[in-house]
Ligand binder design. Structure first.
Ligand code: ADP
Ligand code: MG
Length: 158
């Protein structure tokens, strides 16, 4: 299951994250991929807003993991600087009952066996972002149609 959308501004990327939030369930893992500045943290800001988290979400690059309380607990990790899969395991990310969002998840993707949503952001020359959302696992099969509807405002028209 894969869908592609395009967001024209940082606020649109936040709005897409906000639209995703109502679909999230306890135990979900969302892996965000994309270069530095692609908009991963911006998207998490929208997810946080959609979960009713009042605190401003900032990049956890130097702290690695930050936790917030909302409709579901949100764990926001940035594992860019981690080089070994064991370092990521040591963070205990795979044991949350809330939602775990990991930036730069190429290394950690395998930890979230089965169920996960992977979102890859790519910067275009006009500063818009191509956003590819790919889901793995049965629980996302049941939610996929709602997810497509949630992202409908940013769907790329041919
Ligand atoms: P990352 O976490 O991937 O390194 P950030 O979200 O921290 O990226 O930064 C993205 C930067 O790009 C922000 O300064 C944001 O305002 C800017 N930006 C410009 N256009 C967009 C867009 N369409 N989507 C997301 N961010 C955008
Ligand atoms: Mg970031």
């Amino acid at each position: 299951m894969e869908l592609v959308v395009r967001t024209a501004s940082a606020e649109e990327t936040r709005a897409a994250g906000e639209a995703l939030a109502p679909l999230l369930q306890p135990g979900d893992a969302v892996v965000l991929c994309g270069d530095l500045g692609a908009g991963k943290t911006t998207l998490v800001q929208g997810v946080a807003r959609g979960l009713g988290i009042g605190t401003t979400v900032t990049s956890p690059t130097f702290t690695l993991v930050k936790q917030y309380d909302g409709r579901l607990p949100l764990t926001h990790a940035d594992v860019f600087r981690l080089r070994r899969v064991q370092d990521v395991i040591d963070l205990g990310l795979e044991e949350s009952d809330g939602v775990v969002v990991v930036e730069w998840g190429d290394v950690v993707e395998d930890l979230f066996s089965g169920e996960r949503l992977r979102i890859r952001l790519t910067t275009s020359p006009d500063d818009s972002r191509r956003v590819v959302v790919a889901a793995t696992g049965g629980s996302w099969t049941g939610r996929w149609e709602r997810l497509e509807q949630a992202f409908e405002p940013w769907t790329e028209r041919p």
